[in-house]
Ligand binder design. Sequence first.
Ligand SMILES: [Zn+2]
Length: 316
Amino acid sequence: MIADQVVEEPCEVKISSTVLKTSRRGDRPAEFISLHPTKRRINFTDKKEIGELKLMGKWDIHTYPVKSIKRVRIVRRADGFFVQFCIDVECKQEVQSTGQEIGLDFGLEHFYTDSNGYHEPNPRFLRKAQKQIKHAQRRIYKKQKGTNGRKKARNRYARKHLKISRQRTEHAKSRARHVMRSNDLCVYENLQVRNMVRNHHLAKSINDAGWRQFRSYLEYFANKCGKVALAVEPHYTSQECPRCGMMVKKSLSTRTHTCKCGCVLQRDYAAAINILRKGKEKIATSGHGGSKTSKQKSRNARGVETSVQSGAILIE
Ligand SMILES: [Zn+2]
């Protein structure tokens, strides 16, 4: 679609170099590179004396025509140097409409809870690796400053973090792909994660959950699959009763929504239903998205919406 857009599997390829000065890294237009016909080697023709480098390991750059490469960037990671390719491709994918709609509530207890009552477990990659990371960190301080040993220890520490960030990305991507493929509309809260991270108690867990990344992948896959991803303001989504609309005040520690009307739901589940409803209202009033899909959705939304859903809940 647009140049510089994230490609689903970002084309990041490790290169054979071990040392590249900062001045040689960074972004350059594709004119400054040439790929070997086998695409196993890359030659940098800008005047930075990098020359030809081997592309290591697994890569899918060969699946794209050379012409579609717009920019090339050299980046450094804890485990080596990588070349990122920005590829200009039509990344739309035909995905059948499922007629399903979903609201997501991002939480700490669960990665998300959807409006069907499903809880996606929180992977907590950081928490799980905490012990190892602490250990690796202590090893740094046991080595003398300026020594090779210290450098190595630092690198080991950085790699552990790199691993977690890759795990998180993979997880966010796979969950988002799944959600957008099986639903035509996905509504979630417009959370200001940055503000929430300031709250120290929650900071670690929120960072860990990686919502922001998840959300951008939701938007990415919605675009790619021709679906609608929509953010709504989070006000009162956890207070309102999804059945009768009454405000039921609760603190963060109250995990169950109990209303006078007899509606008893897990807190996040109730919020997810409210989020979906808000999203559908937003579409109905503003015609958000403007796309054919969203208009169709809002219509069939109103038919099925609250009555059926809260009815189904009551039986439980
Ligand atoms: Zn109620």
